[in-house]
Design a protein around this ligand. Sequence first.
Ligand code: URA
Length: 441
Amino acid sequence: MNMKDIIGKKRYGGTLTEEEIKFFVDGVTDKSIPDYQASALLMAIVLNGMNKEEMTCLTMAMAHSGTILDLSFADDITVDKHSTGGVGDKVTILLLPLLATFGIKTVKLSGRGLGFTGGTVDKFGSIEGFRYEIPASEFPYYLKKCGMVISGPSPNLAPADKILYALRDVTGTVDSIPLIASSIMSKKLAGGADVIVLDVTCGSGAYMKTFDRAHELAQAMIDIGNGAGKKTVAVITDMDQPLGGSCGNTLEMQEVLRTFAGKGNTDVVEVVCRIAAECIKAAGKANGLSGDDLLYACATRLTDGSALSKFAELIASQGGDLKDKVNPVFKDLPFEAMRVTAPCDGYVYSIKTDAIGNAANHLGAGRKTVNDQIDYGAGIKFYAKRGDRVRKGDVLCSLCHGTKAELADEVLFDVMEEVLAAYEIREEAPEEVPVVMEVLS
Ligand code: URA
């Protein structure tokens, strides 16, 4: 078998065999296949696609390029939830403690921020003392302690994906449903959970800009998950505006605390409860509840203190500092440095969410290079969202930096321009879009 023939076969629209796909992934992992040949095959896949069987073979080969976690020590069904990314997405942070109140155990491997999207481990990183680099060998200890563990990505989990992702990033081959689906699902399968629940975001703040593309990706990942024998559910959610009331690390953690106290934004509560309900049903822990009753039970436990006490257990379990037993101690607090106001009367018609994510990063909430320091207090608080009626001069949002950080006026003014350009205000109101657009299983 040789790479030239495999590239040629895909270039002319052929279907690759399991052996050919495995040859490619093994060669990428042990570096016997040079980058230029790997990139050529990636481009052929972008142009000619892959069928279900090829996608499943590619995913399995990438998952098996490193360690597959064995979560049998949990002695119970385990659930993994994954989001395809967004701005203001604090769903995982609320979901894990909520699921714990239903007796569901979670081992969550989360990434740092990527591009305009925020990363869950960076949000936990805003808490003084919180350790998120947990070796896999310690997962049983943490799971026994509080039924949840959250960790940054493990280097030996689907290493082929890491190599291929880096190549895709520089060869214009990221945007391909078979490649995105296999990249995400290889890490999920290597993560070892019994149930996989996917939050497939859709809109200007997501990889998938349209509903049809999000649907196609969701279906591809479900096919792969089912093909690998895992119960897999996907929820398509709106990311055509930032989720909730803020983006930025400490800001989002503060919003999480407000949500546990019953003062959260309704879009966040709806997404969390709908995803929780899918996880609970798939894990067989619904105790006879279904439909609205199950959603009601989720919304109740989210805000009656039950989920908050599980959240505090998680923080304490991983070394995070708490005051009054439930409130995290933050490394830095947000300081509202500038308010961005509406330039005219009208309705907030749309918000370019990727531009908002980039603006938050320019304030210091994200990294430009992997080694950059984050300003945990940096981010944006939203006062007006899509569909809100505003008058000229009303505050749309505020730009924050950390109390320990300095931010030059030029940077603030540049970010203000960036944010203003992201808000579109029109005389007519936009159509309402549900935040949970579809559930596929
Ligand atoms: N997230 C991933 O893990 N992989 C992709 O290809 C895109 C988003």
